[in-house]
Design a protein around this ligand. Structure first.
Ligand code: HEM
Length: 537
């Protein structure tokens, strides 16, 4: 292996600017290195051929400096993002820049400096070499909000020891498939409500089948599903009227994403300028207030229930939240923060993926038919699946992988280098923000033959061959800092797809348009998707 060399130790950590929900490729405010130089200045200052650096990509003359790295000009980039609304096309710009500048290139966003890596093997090398507590992005504005309100960081925003502690507590309960299998019963109850809701919506439709805006339907399902696991209680999202508290939360969540751009500007705007341009920062704080408040109410409700049970001398049993209370490994503030950040991370991600999966099934009846046949053959027409049933229908898993390859919710992920690295022949100084361009690598034919085509079967194991792994598509990230909710999301999606197909044949309707992806914080369907759910019997 070894495109990657560890060179210098124990240097102060500068970091690039604030980034999006989980890092990646946004504009923001740089943190200055203790040297007083920005990561960009430090990065470009460093000359080629640092003594002791190991060779990258077999080049004999030693690593090149970042000054030699190609990339779009700062002004062109600013015009692209701020003038031409590039923030809603981050995925396309990733591909465009990869075509124009190659698989590793640099970009400047004003003071911020980002090195983008759009090569499957280089991404693999960066991620495989990372240390015990990787840093995804500079979460400066998230931290600032938490300091302002006396709140704790959660798993997304925490770093170093604090992150390690919380990760090691949470990973014991939700990281492995067997840990989350116990939630299948609760998820199936939410699915039963969703299916009821679909029958209701169909009954309201002119043609008796079309459900308009499945995006909204799956948003409610995902919110109900993940909250059932996190708070051990139901929210009522799938009823005819949504409880006010939940409606308020949805508004705060929408604000977080709708004001995504402005909240990015909030990070990009120096503090002193907030007096003149206060709105972005105010909205950023307002949406966090709403998200924290919602979580706190649900956490407190559960805590009250548990106290009552204890007072009555009953044995307390429960899920994740109960475990967190009883084990006392996290403080109450840390529990609030983690519940808030996990809910934030677990709703839109799952719901966008479901919308795309159902859209793709409607557009590809032959795939849907194969999937349905496999379900009926291996599970039956009406058997309510458990987690143990999922491996019996490998095409369902393949569908999810292929959906996330074509529409990775996070089109790019991020890492801040914790050591000087040599990547693709360039010396990348410690503290540089890397953007790992999953969207671009997912659409490379050399990584996935006929990459533009929807072909779930590409993910099936052939005979005894080993697992089909591919760093070209890692929608849940990789390694110590990978998505901790992955198994929850998979369970919610696998169980739902099986039951949807047991009940309905999903078809396009005259209203089903070609839907394009748009990056709005996350990669999402650019418009509402309408499909027909035709009863199987
Ligand atoms: C289809 C659904 C989902 C996708 C595609 C997704 C994707 C991701 C990605 C790409 C990351 C960054 C990983 C990395 O940096 O290597 C991440 C992190 C994270 N995700 Fe997910 N996610 C999904 C669902 C969920 C759910 C349901 C939850 C919570 C129940 C969740 C909670 C988190 C958290 C807390 C982190 C931060 C982990 C850390 O920094 O230690 N995600 N997710």
């Amino acid at each position: 292996m070894a495109l990657l060399a560890r060179i210098l130790k124990a240097r102060p950590s500068p970091a690039a600017g604030r980034t999006g929900l989980l890092g990646g490729w946004d504009a923001g405010q740089p943190r200055l290195a203790s040297s007083g130089l920005s990561a960009r200045a430090r990065a470009e200052d460093k000359g080629a051929g640092r003594p002791g650096a190991s060779q990258a990509g077999g080049r004999a003359e030693g690593p090149r400096s970042l000054a030699a790295m190609p990339g779009p000009r700062t002004l062109a980039n600013l015009v692209e993002f701020f003038g031409k609304d590039g923030f809603s096309r981050i995925h396309e710009i990733q591909q465009k820049h990869t075509r124009e500048y190659g698989k590793i290139f640099k970009s400047h966003f004003g003071p911020q400096f980002v090195v983008s890596v759009a090569d499957r093997d280089l991404v693999a090398q960066v991620l495989r070499a990372e240390g015990a507590s990787p840093q995804r992005a500079n979460m400066g504005s998230w931290q600032e909000y938490r300091d302002l309100r006396g709140r704790s960081t959660g798993l997304i925003s925490a770093e170093g020891e604090q992150w390690l502690k919380m990760r090691s507590v949470l990973r014991q309960r939700i990281l492995k498939p067997k840990d989350v299998a116990i939630f299948a019963g609760e998820i199936n109850q939410v699915i039963a409500d969703l299916i009821k809701r679909i029958y209701f919506l169909k009954s309201q439709a002119e043609d008796g089948d079309t459900v308009t805006n499945i995006n909204d339907l799956f948003f409610k399902y995902s919110m109900e599903g993940v909250a059932t696991i996190l708070y051990e209680s139901r929210l009522g999202c799938l009823g005819n009227s949504i409880p006010q508290l939940t409606a308020d939360y949805i508004e705060a969540l929408a604000l977080m994403f709708c004001t995504f751009k402005t909240s990015m500007y909030a990070g990009a705007i120096p503090r002193w300028l907030r007096l003149l341009i206060p709105k972005p920062w105010q909205e950023f704080c307002r949406s966090w207030d709403g998200l924290f408040e919602f979580s706190q109410i649900h956490v407190d409700n559960k805590l009250r229930d548990i106290r009552c049970q204890m007072e009555r001398g009953e044995r307390v049993r429960g899920g994740l939240l109960t475990y967190l209370f009883l084990s006392q490994e996290l403080t109450l503030e840390e529990i609030y923060a983690n519940m808030t950040e996990m809910l934030l991370a677990g709703v839109d991600t799952t719901s966008f993926t479901l919308s795309w999966a159902v859209y793709l099934l409607a557009r590809h009846p032959e795939v849907q038919q194969a999937l349905y046949r496999e379900i009926v053959r291996n599970l039956g027409e009406r058997h309510v699946p458990t987690a143990a049933d999922v491996p019996k229908v490998p095409l369902v898993r393949a569908l999810l992988k292929e959906t996330l390859r074509l529409f990775p919710v996070l089109p790019g992920n991020g890492r801040v280098t914790q050591e000087d690295l040599i990547v693709g022949g360039y010396l990348i100084p410690r503290g540089t923000q890397l953007a790992l361009c999953h969207y671009a690598t997912s659409y490379e034919d050399e990584n996935f033959p006929r990459a533009k085509e929807f072909r779930p079967e590409r993910w099936l194991r052939q005979g005894n061959l080993r697992r089909v792994d591919n760093f070209g598509s890692i929608p849940f990230g990789y390694g110590a800092r990978s998505c901790i909710g992955r198994r929850i999301a998979e369970l919610e999606i696998h169980l739902l797809v099986i039951q949807l197909l047991q009940h309905f044949e999903i078809k396009t309707s005259p209203w089903t348009k070609t839907v394009h992806a748009k990056t709005h914080g996350l990669l999402m369907p650019g418009e509402p998707i309408h499909v027909r759910f035709v009863n199987r019997k």
